[in-house]
Design a protein around this ligand. Structure first.
Ligand code: HEM
Length: 456
């Protein structure tokens, strides 16, 4: 069996001492364990891991992460592999586009995420949550990941596209789940990940089917809005109205589709996971739950949460910060060099895949005391944030490609969690906690995750 050292011979830095095939197997079976092992055995500097046909460079050093995502961000691009795997969903939307085109699209979308604007979404976020809670009234238990996905989807589509997708939530939820598990399976099998999209492999067929189910819905949203010619002042109207300053051209339907689908997916999957993990951790930590309830009872009492309550919901926000540390919904970010380059004494190729491991950084005892314990209190006095090295906390990424929905998501998670906890406690069925972490491209849980509802 060949050793990785030969594959990575031109990179003079640390190499993970396992064969390409063993690494591929570990990646498939338990990628989080692989990442931890790489860091344990090789440290957190650049570590090359050879997978069949793909040289992967693992980075768990905060300063080097800062170099890649901030200081030298214009020397790195989103990897072709990721673009290809998610092509059917994201297309050339803002998540994967590059250069001047990305800059234009980001500038165009930015006003929808301005803090003045997102403040206006708060009331609807709470109203959507209350409506969801009403549907729980006659139920003993719920599938939490399903519920949080449905809720965050309705919130983001209503906020950004002023469209009610309630009646399509089931279909969208199923398609999204099918898409993310297909992409997850593909990302764990590096051989599969490198096959062309047109090959009718089972994974490619599953991805195409999922996108085919979603596309008519999105195209209909675009067609309806074009037909009405109404300016609703939302992101969809902005996309439809914008004209290129030089050519006067408008965005094509395909481009609008790509941007909408990107926002649909990026705008709900991650917040849904963070909320689902919050509910699990509250059930695991009654002492945290009691403090959360005390805060919510004293700040809100029986009334609905509003934007003005957020500064007072400090413990609620600490719970969310700790969830995003412990279970970063985007556990790794990927980049490739735009051009061949020298990086810390090694030669990087444009085909190299750099994986920035937010997950291992967030679990590193050098930055977080008692790093494997869930302790929201660590965030309360603001001292930890001052002490942390840059890029030791990066649930939303950083640099120019930082999450555009960062503020939106933080507000949404605090309001939704406060509203759920105001009315319900959730418990594991028969007290048995079987929730397990699952890594697709996001850090999710092995479904189904059923929890019992206890009305407060
Ligand atoms: C807990 C919730 C969320 C988390 C943890 C999260 C995480 C991230 C991360 C880590 C990135 C950077 C990816 C990279 O650098 O490769 C990102 C980018 C992005 N996120 Fe989020 N996100 C969240 C919520 C949202 C929401 C609510 C929206 C939209 C409403 C959104 C839209 C986007 C978009 C469009 C990008 C691409 C930005 C660009 O490349 O210019 N995200 N997100």
């Amino acid at each position: 069996m060949t050793n990785t050292t030969t594959a990575a011979s031109d990179l003079s830095l640390s190499k993970f001492n396992a064969s390409a095939f063993t690494t591929a197997r570990l990646m498939r079976e338990d990628p989080l364990a692989l990442f931890r092992r790489v860091q344990r055995e090789n440290g957190d500097y650049v570590v090359t891991v050879a997978l069949p046909g793909l040289r992967t460079i693992i980075v768990s050093d905060p300063d080097m992460v800062h170099e890649i995502l901030v200081r030298r961000s214009d020397e790195f691009v989103k990897p072709e592999l990721g673009k290809k795997m998610l092509q059917s969903a994201f297309g050339n939307g803002i998540f994967f586009s590059e250069g001047d085109f990305w800059k234009r699209q980001r500038k165009l979308a930015q006003p929808a995420f301005h803090h003045m604007r997102i403040g206006k979404y708060a009331t609807d976020m709470v109203a959507h949550t209350q409506k969801q809670l009403q549907s729980w009234a006659n139920q003993k238990s719920i599938l939490i990941d399903k519920e949080t996905h449905a809720l965050t989807l309705k919130i983001v589509v209503d906020a950004l596209f002023k469209t009610d997708v309630t009646e399509h939530v089931e279909l969208i939820g199923k398609s999204m789940h099918a898409l993310s598990t297909a992409v997850g399976d593909q990302s764990k099998s590096i051989v599969q990940a490198q096959l062309p999209n047109w090959l009718p492999t089972s994974i490619n067929r599953r991805k195409k089917l999922a996108a085919d189910q979603m596309n008519p819905l999105i195209r209909q949203m675009i067609a309806d809005r074009r037909a009405s010619a109404e300016d609703r002042g939302d992101l969809l109207s902005m996309f439809l109205q914008v004209q290129d300053a030089d050519t006067g051209e408008r965005m094509s339907d395909q481009q609008v589709r790509d941007e909408l689908m990107t926002m649909f997916i990026a705008g709900h999957e991650t917040s849904a996971l963070a909320l689902a993990w919050s509910l699990v951790e509250l059930a695991r930590h009654p002492e945290v739950e009691a403090k959360l309830h005390a805060e919510i009872d004293s700040v809100l009492g029986d009334r609905a949460a509003t934007l003005d309550d957020l500064p007072k919901l400090t413990y609620t926000q600490a719970v969310i910060k700790e969830i995003l540390r412990f279970y970063p919904p985007a556990p790794f970010l990927t980049r490739s060099p735009a051009q061949p380059m020298l990086f810390h004494g090694g030669q990087l190729r444009t085909s190299d895949l750099l994986m920035v491991l937010a997950y291992t950084i967030h679990h590193d005892a050098r930055w977080y005391a008692d790093s494997e314990s869930f302790i929201p209190e660590r965030w309360l006095d603001g001292e930890l944030e001052k002490r942390l090295p840059k890029c030791a906390y990066l649930p939303f990424g950083t640099g120019p490609r930082v999450c555009i929905g960062n503020g939106f998501a933080q507000m949404e998670m605090a309001l939704v969690l406060a509203t759920i906890a105001q009315h319900y406690k959730l418990r594991f069925p028969n007290g048995i906690d079987k929730v397990e972490v699952m890594l697709n491209l996001t850090l999710s849980m092995k479904p189904p995750v059923e929890m019992e509802l206890i009305q407060r």
